[in-house]
Design a protein around this ligand. Structure first.
Ligand code: HEM
Length: 464
């Protein structure tokens, strides 16, 4: 499925490059030109892919919109649009016009590999729309930063989250927290998403701030309200006065907890790590909460998939110290492949750059629709099926065809921590119980649905 680089000066099939523009070549020049999609194709992409993504909600998912779009078949429309672009342009990178400027869409595995290999200084994470949305809730977060300050913030995140270690040094403490909190989840035969979400929020508070914050639901109410406001970040000019007040209240609360937090908590580790004042060590916690809270949806989907795949669930108990946590982590990774937390990886070019011999100006956005690609059976065999064993193959975690945590310099620094937390919540639930059913009902013999609305998930548990 890899394609050759475009020849200098050549026009690819379907090339409709305008005759004007910074990347356009003079007659006789040997500079290759970008492929620009026709206006109708850009419009189709906006209607079937980008607008639904905003409607679903980033960073706070709107369950109602997810249900409506799922029932209307939106994931299929989006996949059909991307497939049509790939077919028409023979897999080559294609520029689409949009409200925030040009976006170069990458659909070929070789381009995706290149995307992950490029340095973040050149292909930066702080794309315009992403920054507008996230700056409401984490204006000093690493994702919203660039240049030297971004590198310092990333270094702090790497240190606190132990990105380069096999296991987080505090993972023993975090496992105990998860075990304590999960006891309340198995008291009845039915587990609702609301109960799971409340429990995960308590776990997040204890991991980030310690036991002192276990019952601080007010903090979470502010964080959730900020995320909801972040959904409108693209169409508003900065945060509202209420949003500013909430951000200040939540940040002040974090500063109250920070001096008393045990050294094993994330905020304690941030406090004890040397860094410049501009880095805003405490401010990084807004993203840690956002990420840790996503564990509720990941666990709900993983358990629902295991309910629909009883052989996979039974295999977790084929070891003496059941459930098998390595296998459970593979189940979580497979769930994330099918239902990624970040389905679109968006970057921005910080300098004029060439991509496979074709020049693009600084400011061009670059998009890898990884949610589509990692489910595409042409690239990933059995793409729409739940097959966790694929994650146990040598090197699967570094295979750029699948990227639930991204790859390269922009890879999630909390990848191991997030995976551990999600697998551990599942393990606690499956230690003495089996998931025997759930809603919505999934058919394991058919391609899995494109969306699984987490708040609508209900699980049936039976004592084993
Ligand atoms: C639970 C599963 C998780 C998933 C699926 C996940 C996924 C991702 C992905 C795909 C990115 C890259 C986004 C992009 O390129 O636009 C990312 C970035 C990031 N994640 Fe995670 N994440 C998870 C958990 C965590 C946890 C637990 C933390 C911290 C407590 C965390 C902290 C971060 C940070 C700070 C970044 C920004 C990195 C940067 O800008 O260089 N994540 N995550």
């Amino acid at each position: 499925m890899t394609r050759p680089a475009p020849q200098a000066g050549s026009r690819e099939p379907g090339d409709t490059t305008d005759s004007a523009g910074p990347a356009d070549a003079q007659p006789g020049s040997t500079v290759a030109r970008p492929l620009r999609a026709r206006p109708g194709e850009s419009l189709r992409f906006a209607v079937t892919h980008s607008v639904p993504a905003f409607a679903r909600g980033i960073p706070a998912v709107r369950p109602g919109a997810v249900t409506v779009l799922g029932a209307a078949g939106q994931p299929r429309w989006s996949a059909a649009t991307l497939r049509a672009l790939r077919d028409r342009y023979d897999g080559a990178p294609v520029l689409l016009g949009g409200a925030s400027g040009d976006t170069l869409v990458l659909l070929d595995p070789a381009d995706v590999q290149e995307f992950f290999a490029r340095p973040v200084r050149e292909l930066a994470l702080d794309a315009v729309d992403k920054t507008k949305m996230l700056s409401v809730l984490e204006p000093t977060g690493v994702v919203c930063s660039h240049g030297n300050l971004r590198e310092e913030r990333r270094a702090l995140n790497d240190q606190v989250l132990a990105h380069h270690d096999e296991a987080h040094p505090s993972c023993g403490t975090y496992r105990t927290v998860i075990a304590e909190e999960c006891t309340r989840l198995t008291t009845g035969p039915t587990l609702t998403y609301a109960r799971l979400q409340r429990t995960v929020e308590r776990i997040s508070r204890r991991i980030v701030l310690g036991d002192q914050a276990a019952g601080d639901e007010e903090l979470h109410r502010w964080l959730l309200a900020l995320r909801k406001e972040g959904n409108w970040g693209v169409v508003r000019r900065g945060p509202t006065p209420a949003g500013r007040r909430r951000y200040e209240a939540a940040t002040n609360r974090l500063h109250v907890y920070a001096p008393h937090a045990p050294a094993s908590t994330l905020i304690g580790r941030a406090r004890d790590t040397a860094c410049g004042e501009d880095v805003d060590a405490v401010g990084q916690a807004h993203h840690w909460f956002l990420a840790l809270d996503s564990v509720a949806a990941i666990v709900a989907r993983t358990l629902l998939l295991l309910a629909a795949h009883p052989a996979e669930q039974a295999a977790l108990h084929d070891v003496p110290d059941a459930p098998d946590t390595t296998r459970l982590q593979a189940c979580v990774q497979e769930t994330l492949r099918l239902y990624p937390v970040v389905p679109d990886l968006l970057r921005i070019l910080r300098a004029d750059t060439t991509w496979r011999g074709v020049p693009y100006p600084a400011g061009t956005h670059v998009l890898v629709p990884i949610g589509f690609l990692q489910r595409d059976s042409d690239l990933v065999p059995g793409g729409s099926l739940f097959a966790p064993g694929r994650w146990q193959a040598e090197g699967a975690d570094r295979d750029t065809r699948m990227a639930p945590f991204s790859h390269g310099e922009g890879r999630c620094p909390g990848d191991r921590l997030g995976l551990m937390a999600a697998a551990e919540v599942c393990a606690q639930l499956l230690r003495d119980h089996r998931v025997t059913g759930g809603r919505p009902r999934l058919d394991p013999c058919r391609p899995l649905p494109g969306v699984l609305n987490a708040p609508g998930i209900q699980l049936t548990l039976a004592h084993s």
